[in-house]
Design a binder for this molecule. Sequence first.
Ligand code: SF4
Length: 404
Amino acid sequence: MKHRESKRAGGRRRSGAGALGARQKALRPARERARTEGRAASRAEAPRVARIRARLLDWYALHRRDLPWRRTRDPYAIWISESMLQQTRVDTVIPYYQRFLTRFPDVGTLARADLEDVLGLWSGLGYYSRARNLHRAAQCLVDHHGGVLPEDADALRALPGVGRYTAGAVASIAFDRPEPIVDGNVTRVLARLFAIEDEVGTPIATRRLWALAAQLAEGPRPGDLNQALMELGARRCTPRAPRCGDCPLLRSCAAQRRGDPEALPVRARKARPRAVEAVAGWVLRRGAVLAVQRPARGLMGGLWELPGGDLLAGEAPRAAMLRTLRERVGLTVRGATLSGAVDHAFTHLRLRLHVLRCSTPVGRVRLRDFSAFRWLAPGAIGALPHGAATRKVLALLHGEAGGR
Ligand code: SF4
């Protein structure tokens, strides 16, 4: 299985070579447009922007948190931290970042690593496509950039999984390039500072935010400036109850002047997460437990879990267990006893996972929907890369009877 994963990644690497240059070229017009708009706006607002920039940098020098990725200028380490920090809290990221850099200290080590080992270190961090993309991007860097991260934001954006935000963050923080970044924190700060009422995510709001961020980044210490904006969003300009009294930008802030900072930014109402019920089976044969691997692409791609699947409408967990084992792994089991259920929230769905112990499986494993299987000693499943939902399932089973 390990060999197959490595070959697959290698294949993408070769096919991605030609696309690299084309993607770089395609990215230029949007970036140059943001720059041009930023410059045009900056002529009108130059003094105000200069004041904001200076106050932000002064505040950041005094109030920045001492975070592990702020103690280095190593572009590789900064890239890893920025990838991990997307959609993920700083406190959660710190131990993952430290373990990752200890195990994969440079581009070459990551490129040579087995994907399964990379996913293993990512287990529990979520959004697993980030780990797969880091692995593929490291291989691209070895193949096309001598194992070194390029300084240029367009070249960075041509790497798998590197978007406008990550490219700007690495280029500005690691290389002091005047590249803007816009994430959730920066969006909030800029929307309030400049009273942007366009709905976040619309083309007009996106253009305005990036143009303003570009204006701010065009000056001394763009990396610190970008981090200061994010830090302000995290520590002062919070979604609710912003600490305007402690904010260095109080006197420049349009939303504060209007008295309604919490009304900005304007966001579309989120769709309610879909509720899904599914089953997961602890299938034991001659002392070994069956684990299955999800396909490389898609939700939790490449991760291992216990076999099972979604309930049909009106279906009971036990019936769903017998059916999904038969349909998806080709096994018939005599008994299936409910051990309990765990709940897990994804961005777009709320999962209730019923956990069953299944006895006396009959037949040979034939997979549908999964990419690989292993019969393992009961304690070994936790060592494979797995997601947070499977971690909860294993905890329930082990807590119940030591994973018998
Ligand atoms: S004054 Fe208040 S709303 Fe304005 S940027 Fe500062 S914290 Fe945010």
